[in-house]
Design a protein around this ligand. Structure first.
Ligand code: SF4
Ligand code: SF4
Length: 89
């Protein structure tokens, strides 16, 4: 499983998809619980990248703390976050 598929949208926007890395561009993004936040214009409503196959190198090479701090599939991070809350990161 790819941890990005299960990643909470707030983590995604905070960590990796808050802006388009090549230009810093943002656009209004409406979350499923109806909050409006700024995010990369390519972030789709379902939380996936709209240009995934052609996303910039910066996105492909993004160094994700979730991967780093876990068993490589994200489970460790989610468990730690559940235990310690969002202050963990
Ligand atoms: S790279 Fe990390 S923060 Fe970004 S969607 Fe994937 S798991 Fe979430
Ligand atoms: S281009 Fe795609 S992977 Fe890169 S920041 Fe935007 S939504 Fe995320």
């Amino acid at each position: 499983m790819n941890p990005c598929d299960e990643c909470p949208i707030d983590d995604k926007i905070y960590e990796c998809c808050g802006r388009f890395p090549e230009t810093g561009e943002t656009a209004c993004f409406t979350t499923t619980d109806n909050r409006t936040v700024y995010a990369c214009p390519n972030l789709r409503a379902d939380g996936k990248c709209g240009i995934y196959e052609n996303r910039p190198y910066a996105c492909q090479a993004h160094h994700c703390y979730h991967y780093d701090s876990t068993d490589s599939i994200g489970n460790g991070f989610q468990a730690l976050k559940a235990q310690w809350g969002s202050c963990f990161y």
